[in-house]
Each structure stands twice: as C-alpha cells, then as structure tokens.
Design a protein around this ligand. Structure first.
Ligand code: SF4
Length: 111
C-alpha cells in the first residue's frame, strides 16, 4: 500500500460526529468501503480500479468523499469513485472555471 493520508482504517473507527481540525468527517461513518481491503483503493500502477469503483458506486457518501479528496489534494488512491487522474482533471477544470469567473467580473476603478 502506498503512503497516504487516506484513512480507510479510520473509516472503521470514526465516530459519527468526528471533527478533525475544522473538518467534519462524520460522513466517513457511512463509507461503503468500511471493512473493505484498503489495498483495493490503492492499486499498483496499471492495476484495475474496477472493484474499488464498484464499492464507491454504491456508497452514500461518495460526494463528500470526493470533495474531501479534492480539498485535501489527495494524490493517491480511489476517492469518491475517482482515480488520481480523474481528480486532477476536476481540479484543473474548476481552476479554469474560477479564472474565467474572475476574468468576467467587472473591474473596480482605482481612486
Ligand atoms: S466513495 Fe468510495 S472511497 Fe469514498 S467513502 Fe465511499 S466507498 Fe469509500
């Protein structure tokens, strides 16, 4: 298993009202991957992600999981049913949309 801050083990132990720092992690109590082999979610390069994504596909907290991974720039593993590459694409797209929004805002006049 690759080194990561991902905590499938935590998913098995996190109490429902868990808050770490400013983050509410209570959603992890509903993770469908709870009790599933964590290695499934951290496949070796080139290995299939199908099984992990199938677990995510029936997970009630998929959105929360994906947003957590995006917010924390998780580099490894399957989160919210998405691979590193898929998450990178989302981050890139969101950054692009932010730039477009900023560019379309009316400019304030100096002085
Ligand atoms: S979306 Fe997948 S990785 Fe995330 S909590 Fe659910 S089953 Fe686990």
């Amino acid at each position: 298993m690759k080194a990561t801050s991902r905590v499938p083990i935590l998913f098995a132990t996190v109490p429902e009202q868990a808050v770490v720092g400013d983050e509410d992690l209570s959603w992890q109590a509903y993770a469908a991957c709870m009790g599933v082999d964590p290695d499934l979610f951290f496949p070796e390069r080139g290995a299939s992600t199908r099984e992990a994504k199938a677990v995510c596909g029936r997970c009630a907290v998929r959105t929360e999981c994906l947003e957590y991974a995006l917010a924390n720039a998780e580099k490894f593993g399957i989160w919210g049913g998405m691979s590193e590459r898929e998450r990178r694409r989302i981050r890139k797209l969101r950054a692009q949309q932010r730039r477009q929004r900023e560019a379309s805002k009316p400019k304030k006049k100096a002085g």
